[in-house]
Design a protein around this ligand. Structure first.
Ligand code: COA
Length: 360
C-alpha cells in the first residue's frame, strides 16, 4: 500500500521525498537526536539523500513519514512502521528535531501512526522499544497504548554501540501479553511453595482455625477440620484451570504453614494477592520471601502487569510485607472490611507494576 498522508492537530504526516534531505539531515545529523538510534548519525546531507532514495513509498513492509509542522511548514521529524516478519508484527520508530522536543509532537505523530496500523493495516501486534537510558521515549510509546513487556538489547547497524532496551507491545486482544501456566512449584532459600494436596486439611486447620490468624482475612474461622477439608476440595478443583494461582507455603515440601494466592485477576493484567501464615512462623520474613518468589513468577513467567493487595489498617504486619516488596500505597478505602465480631476496618491499598518490580 502506498504510504498515505495523515493529519493531526498540529502535523501533517506525509511520505518522504529526496527534496526533504536538508530538513531530515537536521535531525539525522544531530548527535543529540541519534544517540540512541540503531543507525549511524548522518555525516552529510549526502548520507541523508542516500537513505531517502532507498525508501520505497509503495512498500507493504515499511511506512516512513515526514512530520510536517503545520505552523511553520517545516519537516520536524521522521517516523514510521516497519514489518518484523519473524515476530509477525509492526515495529514503531521515530525521531524529532532537537528544537521541537518537549512539546508533545512525537506522541502526536506516533499515536496517529499506531492508529493507522490498527485501523488501516488491521494490525493485531505492534512493538517498539527504547534504550533504558532514554526514558522519555518510553513515555511516547506508552502514550501510544503499548505496554512494557520486559528488557532486551539492540545494537546499531554497524555493531559499534549496544543498548539495553525496554521492550513494549500492543496486541489487539491482549492475550499474548499473559501466558498462564498455573500454580507451579517455586523454591526459595528457605521455602517450597507447592500446590495443595489431598492430605493438607489438618495443616490448613491449624491456621485457618486460629482466630489470631483469621482476624483480618475475609473467611470465617474454621470450626473443625471438615471446614478445612471443604475449602481444600474447592482449591484442588481450582487447579484444573490454568489461570489458577494458589500455593501452599511449606518449609520442606511437606507440612503446610501458610498460603499465598492470587485471589482475583482479570485474566491478563491485574492480579490481586492474599496471604496468611500460621502464627508460630510470623515475623521471620517467610511471607516476604514467599511473595518475592510469587511476584517474580507472576511478572516474569506469566506476564502480569500489575499486582495489588490491601490490608486492614489494624493489621500493619501485612502492610509491612507489602512495603518490603516495594509496593506503592495507593490510598485508603474507608470501612472496606467488615467482619462479624471484629467490626469494620479501613483498607490500605498497595500495588506494584511489572516495570517497577524489574527496576528494583
Ligand atoms: C501478615 C502476615 C502474612 C505476615 O507474615 P510474616 O511471615 O510474619 O511476614 P514477614 O516476617 O515477612 O514480615 C512481617 C513484618 O511486619 C512487621 N510487623 C509485625 N508486627 C507489626 C506491627 N504490629 N506493626 C508494624 N510492623 C509489624 C515485622 O517486624 C516484619 O517486618 P521486618 O522484617 O521489617 O521486621 C502474617 O502475620 C499473617 O499471616 N497474619 C494473619 C493473616 C493475615 O493477616 N493476612 C494478611 C491479610 S491482608
Amino acid at each position: 500500500m502506498k504510504t498515505p498522508i495523515l493529519e493531526t492537530e498540529r502535523l501533517i504526516l506525509r511520505p518522504l521525498t529526496a527534496a526533504d534531505a536538508p530538513a531530515v539531515f537536521r535531525c539525522a545529523g544531530d548527535e543529540r537526536v541519534t544517540r540512541y538510534m540503531s543507525y549511524k548519525r548522518h555525516e552529510t546531507t549526502a548520507d541523508t539523500l542516500k537513505w531517502l532514495q532507498s525508501i520505497d513509498n509503495d512498500s507493504d513492509t515499511s511506512y516512513d513519514f515526514g512530520f510536517i509542522e503545520k505552523a511553520s511548514g517545516e519537516l520536524i521529524g521522521v517516523g514510521g512502521l516497519y514489518r518484523e516478519a519473524e515476530r509477525q508484527q509492526w515495529r514503531l520508530g521515530y525521531y524529532l528535531r532537537y528544537d521541537r522536543w518537549h512539546r508533545g509532537f512525537t506522541t502526536e505523530a506516533a499515536v496517529k501512526i499506531v492508529q493507522f496500523a490498527k485501523e488501516t493495516l488491521h494490525e493485531t501486534r505492534i512493538g517498539s522499544c527504547h534504550a533504558v537510558e532514554n526514558p522519555r521515549s518510553g513515555q511516547v510509546i506508552r502514550n501510544c497504548g503499548l505496554v512494557f513487556t520486559g528488557y532486551g538489547a539492540y545494537e546499531n547497524f554497524d555493531g559499534s554501540k549496544r543498548f539495553r532496551s525496554k521492550e513494549y507491545l500492543w496486541t489487539k486482544n491482549g492475550e499474548e501479553l499473559t501466558r498462564h501456566k498455573g500454580t507451579q512449584t517455586l523454591h526459595t532459600e528457605r521455602l517450597v511453595l507447592r500446590r495443595f494436596c489431598k492430605t493438607d486439611a489438618a495443616d490448613i486447620f491449624a491456621w485457618a482455625g486460629n482466630p489470631a490468624v483469621t482476624r483480618y482475612v475475609s473467611y470465617r474461622t474454621h470450626r473443625s477440620v471438615e471446614d478445612s477439608e471443604k475449602i481444600l476440595q474447592y482449591w484442588l478443583e481450582g487447579y484444573k484451570c490454568e489461570d489458577n494461582y494458589n500455593w501452599a507455603i511449606t518449609l520442606d515440601g511437606r507440612k503446610v504453614i501458610g498460603q499465598i494466592s492470587v485471589t482475583e485477576h482479570d485474566g491478563l493484567w491485574d492480579a490481586g494477592m492474599g496471604w496468611q501464615i500460621d502464627k508460630p512462623y510470623w515475623n521471620r520474613g517467610y511471607m516476604t520471601e514467599a511473595a518475592r518468589a510469587v511476584f517474580e513468577y507472576l511478572f516474569c513467567e506469566i506476564g502480569f502487569h500489575r499486582i495489588y493487595s490491601g490490608h486492614d489498617t489494624r493489621n500493619p504486619a501485612s502492610g509491612k510485607v507489602m512495603q518490603k516488596l516495594g509496593m506503592t500505597p495507593e490510598g485508603i478505602a474507608r470501612q472496606h472490611y467488615y467482619k462479624a465480631g471484629f467490626g469494620t476496618g479501613d483498607a490500605q491499598k498497595y500495588a506494584i507494576l511489572k516495570e517497577e518490580w524489574l527496576d528494583q
